[in-house]
Structure formats: C-alpha cells, structure tokens
Ligand binder design. Structure first.
Ligand SMILES: [Cu+2]
Length: 282
C-alpha cells in the first residue's frame, strides 16, 4: 500500500467515522437513489410522449409541462423511499435462527437534528415551488378576452350539450374555430359532472345551479374527445362525445348547417368584417 493510499485510508476512517462512504449503508442507498432518480427523471421527460394525447391548445401545453415538471421534482423524493425500501429488503432483513425473536430496534430518527432540518427544508422548498407553478398556470387561464367565443356547456345524466349564444345552435358535438379564444360557461342540470376536453388543457366541474367559467384557445386542427371526469351515475363511463377544431370558415359553415343564420354564423365565427354589421359572402 502506497503512502497516499495509507493516508487516504486513515482519512476515510477518521473523517468519515468508519468505512469508505460507498461501502456504508448510506453510500449504497445513495447509489441506488441516484439510479432510481435518473430513471424517474427519464420517465418524466419521455413517458408523456407515449401516454398523453397531442395537445391542441397552449393551456394543454401547460398541462403537459406541469406533468413533466411535477414528475421530475417527485422523482428524487420517490427514489429515496424506494432506495431505502429496496436496500432494507436485502441488507437489513431479519437473519435470526429463531424467527420468533424480533430484531433489535434501529437507532431512532426522532431527535436527529440534521435529518429533520433537511427533510423540512426540502419539503418546504418543493411545496412552495409547486404552489407558485400552479398559481402561474391557473392564472394564465383566468385572462378573459373580449373577443372570446362564448360556448355554454351543460352536463346531464349522461350527455353533454353545447350551445353557442347568439346563433341558436345547440349540439352534442363541440366544434371550435382554430386560434380563437373560447370561454366555456359550464353548468349541470342534475348532479355534478366534470367537463374534460383533455387536449385543450381544460378540466372543470359542472355543478348544478352554478356557472363555472374556464378558457382556452385551440391552436391545432383536429378532432378530440370530451369526457366526464366526475363519477356521476350508472352510465358515467359512456358520458363522452367528440369535438373538432376547425378553420373559421368551416366553423361558419358548420353553424349554418346546424341552423344559424348566415349573419349570426359569421359573427360567431369571426368571419364577418370587423366593425361592420354586414356579413361577408362566402
Ligand atoms: Cu360523469
């Protein structure tokens, strides 16, 4: 053993109070924790691409980012729990000849100052970060646009009805014009339902006698699914229908095919020339 190695060993045994870090339980748990954390972070970044639908609004993008961010932040916490459990199963299992003899108690963690301080500090920082993230994402949906398309959403056992004020149109499919802010005014006529067009980043309870407002701006053409997210009775699982993000012109045509006058359809679809009461010819 060289002089440097001897010095290293002496330092390891004095400064670290025993064996080298990575051969002590704490060191081994640290390595397992590191591996599990990396796996958790990778899952956070890559799993949504396989598990989530393609989002069709900036609010949907916020939901996506929130899922990734929360998973990545949770990864080291969950990894610590799994690392300790995993290590304990193998290293600290009861090896007594007599299975009726319980193992001796471990050193109590209560009263361990550094562990308590680190635990409280990390928990506090994580909760505050998540709180501010949540407030920021939530408040972004609270901005009202004067030009927003109004859609009244009504839940009942067990279907959704959509009406477009000013047009007389009431349908069972939720067509929306692309790149136009939408304001959903959500209510229910019987029990609590949950209005959930997931790809639009919108999920809100539909409560009887209450109108809840939620906003989004569809930015990607294509069909999507609206589901009920609150258990609302026998056929809750079947309480879904389709929506479609279309161009303004297609939306105008769709409104007219559902009974709107050309003028009302053009106004609702935003295809009429602004400041004029005359609807543009198609
Ligand atoms: Cu339901």
């Amino acid at each position: 053993m060289s002089f440097e190695e001897e010095v290293d060993e002496i330092e390891a045994n004095t400064l670290l109070g025993g064996a080298p870090f990575f051969s002590r339980p704490g060191g081994k748990i640290f390595i397992i924790w590191l591996v599990f954390t990396v796996i958790g972070v990778l899952i956070g970044f890559y799993a949504p691409h396989h598990l989530l639908p393609v989002m069709q609004s900036p609010e949907g993008g916020d939901v996506w980012a929130t899922i990734v961010f929360f998973t990545v932040l949770a990864a080291p916490v969950a990894a610590l729990v799994y690392a300790i459990a995993f290590y304990s199963l193998f290293a600290w299992r009861h090896r007594s000849e007599d299975p009726d003899v319980p193992p001796p108690d471990a050193e109590p963690q209560r009263g361990n100052g550094p562990v308590t301080v680190v635990w409280l500090a990390v928990s506090t920082v994580l909760v505050v970060v998540l709180l501010f993230w949540g407030i920021a994402v939530w408040s972004a949906q609270q901005v009202s646009h004067p030009n927003a398309l109004q859609v009244n959403v009504t839940g009942q056992q067990w279907l959704w009805t959509y009406s477009y004020p000013g047009t007389g149109v009431e349908t069972r499919t939720l067509d929306l014009p692309v790149n136009r802010p939408v304001q959903f005014n959500v209510t229910s006529v019987d029990v609590t339902h949950g209005f959930w067009p997931a790809v639009l980043g919108v999920q809100v309870d539909a409560n009887p006698d209450v109108v809840t407002v939620i906003r989004t701006t569809p930015n990607k053409l294509g069909k999507f699914i609206v589901q009920c997210s609150q258990l609302c009775g026998l056929y809750h699982a079947f309480m879904n229908n389709t929506g479609d993000v279309v161009t303004s012109q297609q939306f105008d045509t769709w409104l007219q095919s559902n009974g709107a006058t050309p003028t009302a359809a053009a106004t609702a679809a935003g295809t009429s020339s602004s400041g004029s009461t005359t609807a543009m010819g198609k």
